[in-house]
Design a protein around this ligand. Sequence first.
Ligand code: SF4
Ligand code: SF4
Length: 146
Amino acid sequence: MAIAHAPQEQPCIRCGDCAAVCPEQLQPQRLLLHLRDERWAQAEHEGLQDCTACGRCDAVCPSIIPLSQHFRQAKAQIAETATRRTRALAARERYRSRQARLSRNEEAREERIVTQTANAASADAVAAAIARAQAKRAARTHPPKA
Ligand code: SF4
Ligand code: SF4
């Protein structure tokens, strides 16, 4: 997202006139250099966000560089990138939450199956024990004839 050259603008001659008139005590020529080289963080560190786009630097620039327009555009791009990053983080968080929920559901399902299997097994064991006891009782009551 490099800052493009405006058609009419000439190279900066580093006269410093822009810095002399900036009410925010910014160094517009330095900000411009950072933006041209895509050093966005450095431009912000040196006060890009404090630029009010008043246009005083534009008015005195002998190289007809639309500085305030470049700064406005850079701020908009930085804000857009931050919004995209926030959205991407939120989407990643939603994905993680969904995966965790699916994993919890799967664990709960497996636990239910284990419990049901254990209950069924113990019911079978109880039924078998009752059957054995009934068989013994029947054998005592009606012993087999010799
Ligand atoms: S447009 Fe920004 S950099 Fe230029 S003089 Fe105004 S505040 Fe300073
Ligand atoms: S006024 Fe224009 S030419 Fe002079 S330093 Fe600032 S940006 Fe460069």
